[in-house]
Design a protein around this ligand. Structure first.
Ligand SMILES: [Mg+2]
Length: 257
């Protein structure tokens, strides 16, 4: 399977093709302050075009929907916090199991701000990220803290890019987020750069193996932090968000009647 094989179905039957894309490092450059990250020029516009041409277009991210919706309007679908939040049309759906963990998350966010400073803590309400991008020597301290918090509270600690994330112990991944959007599709493309995208890569591969999808492509936006497993599951590889944007433009051309 590869992008080229999906392209032919995009031209012949765009309404049954799905496009899923990660945000950070895929549609945006990675910069030191995560709060200031924006899509690269043109990405929002092309995705909006595609959302009117393809069966499904969704941004699937570890970010909260509240952050993503600053850049991506409906009918682009948004799946935030690895599938815990989903915005379809004008509705925001929250995973009910995650809601019960709000008080614990809020208390843990206070504790993190106290220990590591407000600027290191990204409070996503339904999850929490503590960044050590600014001071690499803090990595050990923050990781040890997250391990201790996980043992004490029952929250799940997950390593991420130059950060540690604390999540409710609710099994949701980008693979689950994508699953919910495959119904009625015969082809799908997923574009991503990070370990968090691996479950989605695997989900599309499995969907082709089981016959749920006719064709799928998993596009890796490789950077210096890319782990080898991503290359194993990627059908196509590009090197920059700009190259990923070229793929979106090509899809838009192909899908335009
Ligand atoms: Mg990413």
């Amino acid at each position: 399977m590869s992008l080229d094989e999906v392209y032919s179905l995009v031209s012949s039957d765009p309404g049954r093709c799905a496009l899923f894309t990660d945000f950070d490092g895929t549609l945006s450059d990675i910069i030191d302050d995560p709060a200031l990250v924006e899509p690269i020029a043109g990405a929002g516009e092309v995705l909006a075009d595609l959302a009117n041409l393809l069966g499904t277009v969704a941004v699937v991210s570890g970010r909260p929907v509240g952050f993503l919706e600053r850049f991506f309007a409906t009918p682009i679908q948004l799946s935030g916090l690895y599938g815990l939040e989903n915005r379809t049309a004008d509705r925001l759906l929250i995973d009910s199991a995650a809601l019960e963990w709000l008080p614990v998350l809020s208390k843990t966010a206070d504790e993190a701000r106290e220990q590591f400073g407000t600027e290191s803590v990204e409070d996503k309400r339904y999850s929490l990220t503590v960044h050590y991008r600014r001071s690499a020597q803090d990595a050990d301290r923050i990781q040890a803290w997250a391990t201790e918090v996980a043992a004490r509270t029952g929250l799940d600690a997950r390593g991420a890019k130059m950060s540690v994330e604390l999540h409710p112990p609710v099994e949701r991944s980008k693979g689950d987020a994508v699953s919910d959007m495959l119904v009625g599709m015969h082809a799908a493309i997923y574009i991503g750069d990070d370990v968090g995208d691996l479950p989605a890569f695997a989900r599309l591969r499995d969907a082709v193996d089981s016959g749920e999808l006719e064709r799928a492509a998993t596009v890796l936006v490789a950077n210096h932090e890319t782990v080898p497993e991503m290359h194993e599951l990627a059908t196509d590889v590009v090197d920059t968000p700009e190259a990923a944007l070229e793929i979106l433009k090509k899809l838009s051309e192909l899908a335009t009647p």
